[in-house]
Design a protein around this ligand. Structure first.
Ligand code: 4AD
Ligand code: MG
Length: 511
C-alpha cells in the first residue's frame, strides 16, 4: 500500500506530457500478456491508457507482479509517455516502476456478456466499465452545459424543497413519508416553488431530484429522477416554445461536440442528434390527433403506413439477425481458443437480445397501428404514438394546446377553447418520446381555485400558491426536462436505468 502519491498525472492530461516520465494511479481495466510484455489498460476515472510493462525495463519482480494483476487490481505506475496514434487518446505509457495497492483475482464482472439483472445487482462495480464511464461523462457534460446555458441567460439557480406538503402532478404517484406529526411527500416537481421564486427573482431554474411512485416497469420511468425546471416571469406559451427549442438545441450540440470519444465507445451515431440544429416541428394536439388517425398525412405518409414500413424493416432485420445467430451457433460448435469463444459468445448473447427486442416489436406494431387508427381527442399519447410522430416529421416535435382533462390543474386555458390548455410536450426522436413537459401557468386566483377543487386537491394546502395570484400576478411559464430521459437519448440507451449512477425504480432499492 505504500506508493500513494500526490503528484500523479491524470490520464486525460497525458497527451500534454509526451516524452515525460509521469506517475499514474488507478485500476486495471484490462490485461493482455505476450512473452516479453504485459499490456495493462489503466483507468483512473478520467480516461483509459495502455501501459506496457516490459521485463527488461521493470525487472523480474515487477514483471512477475504484472502477470498476477486481475481485473480491477489497484496499481501505481511510473513511466514514460509515448505517442502512439493507434491508442485511444493517442498515447501509451512505457512502464518503469509498477506497484500494486491490491492484487485482485476474481472480479465478479468478467469480460463476457452478463444479463442486465446480474449487472444491476452489482451496479456499484458495474459503474467502472468503459460503457458506464462514457455514459456518466456525457451526463456530466450535459449538467455543465445546462448550467452554462441558464447562467448565460440571466437565470438564478434556486432550489425547491424535497419534502413537500403539496401534490404537483396528480395524487397517484406520491411517495408519502412521515414528517414529525404530519405527512410529507417527496417532491414530484419543484414547479410550484419555482413559480414563487420566479416572482421573487424573475427567471429561475431548479435542478434537483424528483420522485414518482410508478408501479410499472418501463424503459422510461424511474422512481427517483433529476429534473431541470426553469420558470420565467413575463413569459407566454410561444416564448416558452422558442425557449425550449433553443435550450435543447444549444445544450445538445454542445454535448455532442464535446463527447465524440464517448459516443464512439457507446456506438452512438451523433448524426441524429446534430439534427436538432434544424427547426423543431410544432404541432397542435388536435393536428396530432388527425396525423395519428390518418385523417391528415405528413409528407404523403400516414401514421399507419409509417408503421407498416417499420414492420417491413423489422421483419427484414429479424431475418438477418436470425441468420447471424445460426452462423455463430455453428462457429461455437467448433474447437477454438477461450478468448475467441468468449468473443463469439458475447456477440451471440447480444444478437439474441436484439432478436427478442425485434420480435416484441413485430408483435406490437399491429397493436400500435390499432392505437393510432383509433386515436381520438382526449386520449393521451402512448410511447408508440410519440415514436410515430417523430418518425413522420423526422425531427423533435413539440405538441401544444392539450385537452384540459389530461393535463395538470395549473395550466392556463386557451382563449375561446375551454377544453384546451396551454401545455407543451417535447418529443425526442428515435423512440425516446416525451423528455420535456411545460406550460404557461394559470394566473387567475378564482380559476385556479376552481381547478384545484375539480381535481379534489386539498385547497388549504395551496393557499400559499394562490397568494402568488393575489400579489402581483403576471403571465409566466416554465417547463421540466427529465434529465435521465434526456441523457438516455443523448447516449442512445435502451433504458433510463443506465443514465443515473444508482437508479431507484419499481423493484430496485439496492445497491
Ligand atoms: O411532464 P411532467 O410530469 O411535468 C412536470 O412535472 C412539470 N411540473 C414540469 C414543469 O413545468 N416545471 O414531467 C416533466 C418531465 C417529463 O417530460 C419526463 O421527461 C420526466 O419529467 N419524467 C420522468 N423521468 C423519469 N422517470 C419518471 N417516472 C418521470 N416522470 C416524468
Ligand atoms: Mg408530462
Amino acid at each position: 500500500m505504500e506508493p500513494f502519491t500526490r503528484d500523479a498525472t491524470l490520464v486525460k492530461h497525458l497527451p500534454a506530457h509526451v516524452g515525460q516520465t509521469v506517475e499514474l494511479q488507478g485500476w486495471v481495466a484490462n490485461r493482455r500478456d505476450s512473452k516479453l510484455r504485459t499490456f495493462i489498460v489503466l483507468r483512473d476515472g478520467t480516461g483509459f491508457v495502455q501501459c506496457v510493462v516490459e521485463r527488461d525495463r521493470v525487472g523480474e519482480a515487477a514483471f512477475a507482479l504484472s502477470r498476477k494483476l486481475g481485473l480491477e487490481s489497484s496499481i501505481y505506475v511510473r513511466g514514460k509517455v509515448v505517442s502512439d496514434a493507434r491508442q485511444m487518446g493517442g498515447v501509451e505509457v512505457h512502464v518503469e516502476t509498477l506497484k500494486a495497492y491490491q492484487v485482485v483475482q476474481d472480479y465478479p464482472i468478467a469480460k463476457k456478456a452478463h444479463g442486465v439483472e446480474f449487472l444491476m445487482d452489482r451496479r456499484h462495480l458495474w459503474l467502472r466499465s468503459r460503457r458506464q464511464w462514457a455514459i456518466m461523462q456525457i451526463r456530466n457534460r450535459a449538467i455543465q452545459a445546462i448550467h452554462r446555458y441558464f447562467q448565460r441567460h440571466d437565470f438564478v439557480q434556486a432550489d425547491a424543497p424535497i419534502l413537500t406538503g403539496n401534490a404537483c402532478e396528480g395524487t397517484t404517484t406520491l411517495f408519502p413519508t412521515p414528517f414529525y406529526d404530519q405527512t410529507a411527500y417527496l417532491t414530484q416537481s419543484g414547479q410550484l416553488y419555482g413559480e414563487a421564486m420566479a416572482m421573487a427573482f424573475g427567471r429561475i431554474y431548479t435542478f434537483g431530484p424528483t420522485f414518482r411512485a410508478e408501479k410499472s416497469k418501463t424503459r422510461r420511468h424511474l422512481s427517483e429522477f433529476w429534473m431541470i425546471e426553469p420558470e420565467m416571469a413575463f413569459f407566454d406559451l410561444d416564448m416558452l416554445m422558442d425557449f425550449i427549442e433553443d435550450f435543447v438545441r444549444t445544450v445538445t450540440l454542445e454535448v455532442v461536440e464535446q463527447s465524440r470519444m464517448e459516443m464512439e465507445i457507446l456506438g452512438r451515431d451523433p448524426a441524429p442528434l446534430r439534427k436538432v440544429a434544424e427547426p423543431f416541428e410544432r404541432l397542435e394536439y388536435e393536428r396530432a390527433v388527425r396525423v395519428l388517425n390518418g385523417t391528415e398525412r405528413v409528407n404523403g405518409m400516414s401514421a399507419v403506413e409509417m408503421w407498416r414500413q417499420e414492420l417491413d424493416h423489422t421483419r427484414a432485420e429479424i431475418q438477418s439477425v436470425q441468420g447471424r445467430i445460426a452462423e455463430l451457433e455453428g462457429l461455437l460448435k467448433q474447437p477454438m481458443k477461450e478468448k475467441k469463444r468468449n468473443y463469439y459468445q458475447a456477440e451471440l448473447n447480444q444478437a439474441k437480445a436484439r432478436l427478442h427486442t425485434l420480435e416484441e416489436r413485430r408483435k406490437n406494431i399491429p397493436l400500435w397501428i390499432e392505437s393510432a387508427e383509433n386515436f381520438r381527442f382526449g386520449n393521451d399519447f402512448g410511447g408508440a404514438d410519440e415514436t410515430v410522430l417523430t418518425l413522420l416529421f423526422d425531427r423533435p416535435v413539440m405538441v401544444y394546446n392539450w385537452p384540459r382533462a389530461i393535463k395538470a390543474f395549473y395550466m392556463k386555458g386557451v382563449p375561446g377553447r375551454p377544453d384546451l390548455v396551454k401545455g407543451v410536450d417535447l418529443l425526442a426522436p428515435e423512440g425516446y418520446g416525451e423528455i420535456v413537459g411545460g406550460s404557461e401557468r394559470e394566473t387567475d386566483e378564482q380559476v385556479l381555485r376552481q381547478r384545484i377543487r375539480e381535481e379534489n386537491l386539498p385547497e388549504e394546502a395551496f393557499e400559499w400558491y394562490l397568494d402568488l395570484r393575489r400579489f402581483g400576478t403576471v403571465p409566466h411559464a416554465g417547463f421540466g426536462l427529465g434529465f435521465e430521459r434526456y441523457v438516455s437519448w443523448l447516449a442512445k440507451l435502451p433504458h433510463v436505468r443506465e443514465a443515473i449512477p444508482f437508479p431507484r425504480m419499481y423493484g430496485r432499492l439496492f445497491p
